[in-house]
Design a binder for this molecule. Structure first.
Ligand code: SF4
Length: 495
């Protein structure tokens, strides 16, 4: 998407990637696998990176920047260990400072705990207050620290790690894919609605969990096994894994935005290849919004697969009419609007001969503020495009995300202020078409009940204070009471 909080890497103002997590346990050093795994997951977070490994105690390093900027060769030697976890981050809750980088490490009377979290906890403030009253001190503003303190509290109280892992999740409401180290053991947990992705794979003498399957495709010697199930807890061993399930409802709430924009196109998320979903989105767009035109131009990189789909159905050629400067990677973290807009211009240029006098269908994944896509339309017009018809592979985004994506306020969405024709005027497009809900659901190949659509519909899969829930699903469903007979009836035992 034209990352204006539109989407694409240019969309500085567009939704930011959440986080990527990884964990590995083996019989020989796994540090380099974690390091390269994090580099493969770099698209999920570029503000900070961290590793925590175990060898005669827990060792960790976190830093601001890209993975290769944070870790030197010497660090990777120092961080040698046979088990460990890692994290790349774009801040969701908590400001983007080193204190909020992960893994977060906590020392308890039971031992050391390290946590890497992808998601957002909707009731984090409530839990923080409760734990503060019990004397737990918080060092950061991050909801992930709330998780680690809550777990530490439970482990100290029960003295039983497995029981603590099951019980502390009873309190968590929201999205959480977790990689955990408790002393030298590595665990992974996926929330009962499986909102954020998490999968498991194996190497020669080691097991690994990672946010996306592409890690197992590209790390030599690894093989993807499967996605973690909703509410699944796994303990990694060098030769396999042990699995248990939390109470979970009979449906999921996978974040639709992972397929639309965030995940890598070569990842398979919950059995749907991201690339295929995006091509299908483009096909749907062409069915829903045909227009007389000469060429289809993707916003690189995020609109590329959708543009292929649009071209299949429309019969128009795909032309790389926009070229991205791939060496200007980080303007999205510039704090000022002016810098962000300059970043769009620095990152993109049009191929004049490809677009001059052409009627262009410009395809991108989403629009948030509209300022970036407007710039891109302007770049095409300056290069001589005769018409620019914008097609967007998602519905208008109008509501905040409380589940792991950095879209926190309604006033950032242009679709809350303007109608579609008014947005078309604002971005100076000849026409504008957003994908329909039916088109989106058919492209994702999951039923509507199994997808989170909160930022599109304003109805969320978990209780968010002041917001509507898509189905009445009491908090108790995810808590102790779910094991009571009346609640158990509602929860399916396996998926
Ligand atoms: S609200 Fe939107 S971005 Fe957030 S989890 Fe749901 S679908 Fe994804």
């Amino acid at each position: 998407m034209a990352r204006d909080q539109g989407t694409s890497e240019f969309s500085d103002l567009r939704p930011k990637e959440k986080c990527g997590i990884i964990g590995c346990a083996g019989t020989s050093p796994i540090t380099s696998d974690l390091y390269y795994g994090l580099r493969i997951l770099q698209h999920r977070g570029q503000e900070s990176a961290g590793l925590a490994v175990y060898e005669d105690g827990l060792k960790s390093k976190r830093g601001m920047g890209l993975v290769h900027e944070v870790f030197t060769k010497e660090d990777l030697v120092d961080l040698r260990g046979n088990s460990g976890i890692g994290h790349v981050r774009y801040s969701t809750t908590g400001s983007s400072v080193l204190d909020n980088a992960q893994p977060i490490v906590a020392k308890t009377s039971y031992g050391e705990i390290a946590l890497a979290h992808n998601g957002d906890i909707a009731n984090a403030n409530e839990i923080r207050e409760e734990l503060s009253k019990k004397g737990w001190a918080f060092m950061t503003t991050s909801d992930s620290e709330v998780i680690v303190r809550l777990l530490a509290n439970e482990i100290v109280n029960t003295g039983d790690v497995k029981r603590a892992l099951r019980e502390f999740t009873n309190r968590l409401v929201g999205a959480y894919s977790l990689a955990l180290m408790i002393n030298d053991s590595v665990y992974a947990i996926r929330d009962p609605l499986a909102i954020r992705p998490l999968c498991i794979g194996e190497g020669n003498d080691r097991m690994m969990i990672a946010s996306e399957s592409v890690v197992f495709d590209t790390l030599p010697g690894y093989r993807f096994i499967r996605d973690l199930k909703p509410g699944e807890i796994v303990e990694l061993r060098s030769d396999g894994f042990e699995s248990t399930r939390l109470p979970h409802p009979n449906h999921t709430a996978h974040c639709m935005f992972e397929w639309v924009y965030f995940a890598r196109p070569d990842s398979v998320l919950d059995e749907r290849l991201v690339y295929d979903a995006r091509v299908k989105i483009g096909e749907q767009l062409a069915h829903e919004y045909p227009v007389p035109a000469d060429i289809v131009v993707p916003v690189p990189e995020s609109g590329r697969a959708q543009a292929q789909g649009y071209a299949h159905v429309s019969g128009l050629p795909v032309v790389e009419g926009l070229i991205k400067n791939r060496y200007i990677e980080r303007t999205f973290i510039m704090p000022e609007q002016a810098d962000r807009e300059t970043g769009v211009m620095l990152k993109l240029n049009a191929i004049r001969s490809a677009v001059k006098n052409k009627r262009v269908v410009l395809v991108d994944d989403s629009i948030v503020r509209g300022t970036t896509i407007r710039k891109i339309v302007g770049i095409l017009r300056l290069a001589g495009a005769r018409e620019v018809h914008v097609r967007i592979g998602c519905l208008p985004i109008r509501f905040p995300c409380y589940l792991g994506i950095d879209m926190k306020t309604r006033d950032q969405f242009i679709a809350n202020e303007k109608t579609v024709p008014e947005i078309a005027d604002f971005i100076e497009a000849d026409s504008l078409g957003y994908l329909s809900l039916r088109g989106l659901i058919s492209a994702l190949k999951h039923s509507r009940d199994d997808i989170c659509l909160g930022c599109l519909t304003g109805e969320y899969p978990v209780p968010i204070p002041g917001e509507k829930m898509r189905k009445e699903r009491p908090l108790e469903m995810f808590s102790d009471s779910a094991t009571k007979p009346s609640a158990r009836k509602k929860a399916s035992s396996s998926r």
